[in-house]
Design a protein around this ligand. Structure first.
Ligand code: C2E
Ligand code: MG
Ligand code: MG
Ligand code: MG
Length: 291
């Protein structure tokens, strides 16, 4: 269950707190209402260019502010949504909201790339690529500003419908990122065929980096694999200076994690990215996150 929550610390409420089916049904009812009443929100976590420390984009991470239970992490409600057929509606909302936000930031003078997460259940919608295409057009967004993160285990499902989906996504022109890389079983020949731009090294390897030579060896190998295949390599879950330094030294292209910034509301990200002092200015960071 800890892994299902993506290792996030945003989990004030966890699936194991759902003791019985009655509670689960209540959550489901509340979630239906939340979708209707727009009580879901996208938070954004910056991705940082490793050599320069500049922001290159942001990952959209969904949050649900529940009226009585408080902030619920996606690890707790996405599985419920998937099980009870709500993931299509939530996924469509995420796609639309991400495109809307890219457009809004642009109007404000900020050209920001945004990555969204796609779940395996969303990929079962035959027309998912068309829906993404429609949302981009609806908000007049350049497709190269949108990245779709798909976990390695899902991306490596080598079958006809998965192949067709990737081909369509490539045609739409969005970027593709293989999320949680290192946790699944990649076929290297298939990886080479995928129209992906990016590998995201799973946070588990980053976490062990300081203490484990094995983790360092894996990260080193993934960076080299990425370089050989022409893929950008991103590390997620970077929390310490030491991890950052090792990742830089190994040649990782981009970094993401609490060391730089936690996921934040869209207006905060705007201020953070537009600040003269840049995202690395400590005082500014403290004024935002020092609470
Ligand atoms: P993910 O895509 O691998 O996202 C990374 C998770 O790690 C996020 O948790 C993020 O808040 C957390 N994180 C980032 N930096 C750090 C760090 O330095 N330390 C630690 N401990 N955690 C960090 P979050 O937001 O709870 O999301 C968990 C998972 O839920 C995501 O994993 C993703 O698979 C899924 N998810 C999030 N938003 C969406 C969405 O809009 N749609 C779908 N289908 N899934 C989503
Ligand atoms: Mg993860
Ligand atoms: Mg992700
Ligand atoms: Mg990830």
């Amino acid at each position: 269950a800890a892994k299902a929550a993506g290792g996030g610390t945003f989990c004030f409420f966890e699936p194991h707190m759902l003791h019985d089916s009655r509670e689960q049904m209540e959550l489901l009812r509340d979630l239906r209402r939340a979708i209707e009443e727009q009580a879901l929100e996208l938070y954004f976590q910056p991705k940082i260019h490793a050599p320069s420390g500049q922001i290159t984009g942001a990952e959209a991470l969904i949050r649900w502010n529940h009226p009585s239970k408080g902030l619920i992490s996606p690890g707790a409600f996405i599985p419920v949504a998937e099980r009870f057929g709500l993931i299509g509606a939530i996924g469509d909302w995420v796609i639309d909201q991400a495109c809307r936000q890219i457009h809004t930031w642009r109007e404000g003078g900020l050209r920001m790339r945004v990555a969204i997460n796609l779940s395996v259940h969303q990929l079962r919608q035959d027309d998912l690529a068309d829906r993404i295409d429609a949302a981009l057009k609806r908000h007049a967004v350049n497709p190269t500003l949108l990245t779709c993160e798909i976990t390695e285990s899902v991306a490596m499902e080598n079958n006809a419908s998965s192949k067709a989906f990737f081909d369509k996504l490539e045609q739409v022109g969005v970027h593709i990122s293989i999320d949680d890389f290192g946790t699944g079983y990649s076929s290297l020949s298939y990886l080479r065929q995928l129209p992906a731009e990016e590998l995201k090294i799973d946070a588990a390897f980053v976490k062990d980096l300081e203490f484990s030579n094995d983790a360092r060896t894996v990260v080193d190998a993934v960076v080299k694999l990425g370089q050989a295949l022409g893929l950008k390599v991103v590390a997620e879950g970077v929390e310490t200076d030491i991890q950052r330094d090792i990742l830089r030294q190994l040649g990782c292209n981009e970094l993401q994690g609490f060391l730089f910034a936690k996921p934040m509301a869209a207006n905060r990200l705007f201020l953070w990215a537009m600040s003269d002092d840049g995202p690395t200015h400590t005082d500014f960071r403290q004024s935002l996150f020092g609470d």
